[in-house]
Design a protein around this ligand. Structure first.
Ligand SMILES: [Zn+2]
Length: 326
């Protein structure tokens, strides 16, 4: 097996942990080696190929898991799950409170997702099938006690690295990044990615994750960063440029939604079906059902944002929510 390990700088390594059959291809797992302890930032999905890759990489750079802690940016299985396998009794798994709660409440999450998708026009007969397909929804029995919960501004030292935790909610309710101010490094998880737009979905109608996300982008914009190390794909040299691109992407989406609503009232599923998605399908009809779900949940996040900003309004008609221009 070719082990995808790369030395980024002294005591900092990257292992590309494969995600089989997934367009993301791999999770970037970063390893910081210290004198007495090591830190692994994000891991990978709990599959044999992924586990073997990370184990052989760790062996190559002499990482002893007995002296190793984990920092997990958010709850998705391609970041968290292998940490649960690799952690030893002496390991700490640093994590955030909102995501820890979301994992605990996975049944409620199921109901919430079901409700929101149904009222927004997602075909009811396909919902169960989609919920089953959600890879990060196949929730594992996790004892919340295993996590060491972190808050904004908490710090941790590993070798020559002095980290600060930065709350960057949006992609998940509690997503966190790690910032090293002296080395000007940001470990960005799925908050900022190089060539894909992080998925921002609305999971319950109380929240406004797109607003959270845009606020978190503004927050990171203020940091002095020379190298951004994301959870997937390639590194980002100019973080501010990428933030501007991501903000522009969401602005264009908002314009697209408003132009669709100018033609009349629609539910979220109908709106999603009319939008341009950067996916390898010829038409909305040929979208896989779980991709239709992603697109609808992302559309709902935009609709909630536009509604709170006063551009559009929603009304309930029978079981459904319809949106129109205000
Ligand atoms: Zn994610």
């Amino acid at each position: 097996m070719i082990c995808m390990i790369e030395k980024i700088m002294s005591d900092l390594y990257l292992i590309k942990v494969p995600i089989p059959n997934n367009p993301l291809k791999a999770t970037n797992s970063y390893i910081i080696k210290g004198k007495d302890n090591n830190l692994i930032i994000d891991t990978g999905v709990n599959l044999k190929k992924s586990l073997n890759t990370i184990l052989s990489g760790l062996k190559k750079i002499d990482v002893d898991l007995e002296n190793t802690d984990f920092f997990i940016t958010h709850l998705h299985s391609d970041h968290l799950d292998l940490a649960l396998v690799l952690a030893t009794n002496s390991s700490r798994i640093y994590f955030n409170q909102p995501d820890a709660e979301a994992i605990r409440g996975s049944n409620e999450w199921n109901d919430e997702l079901y409700n929101i998708a149904r009222v927004c026009g997602f075909p009811e007969d396909r919902l169960q099938e989609v919920i089953k397909k959600y890879s990060w929804h196949r929730y594992r029995e996790i004892d919340p006690e295993i996590f060491t919960i972190l808050k904004e501004g908490d710090t941790i030292d590993v070798g020559d690295f002095h980290f600060k935790f930065v709350e960057t909610k949006g992609h998940s309710r509690g997503h966190m990044c790690l910032y090293e101010s002296r080395k000007k490094l940001l470990f960005a998880g799925d908050h900022i990615l190089s060539d894909i737009t992080p998925n921002i979905s609305l999971w319950s109608y109380d929240g406004n994750p797109l607003k959270d996300y845009l606020d978190s982008l503004d927050k990171v914009y203020e940091l002095d960063i020379e190298l951004t190390l994301p959870g997937h794909r390639s590194f980002i040299r100019d973080c501010r440029k990428r933030i501007n691109e991501l903000k522009l992407h969401h602005k264009m989406r908002a314009i697209e939604i408003i132009s669709i609503l100018k033609k009349g009232r629609r539910d979220a599923f109908q709106i999603a079906s009319k939008m341009n998605w950067e996916m390898a399908y010829d038409s909305w009809k040929s979208f896989a059902i779980n991709h239709k779900m992603f697109a609808t949940l992302e559309t709902i996040a935009h609709l909630k944002y536009l509604e709170e900003d006063g551009f559009i309004q929603k009304e309930t008609q029978g079981q459904k929510i319809l949106f129109s221009i205000r």
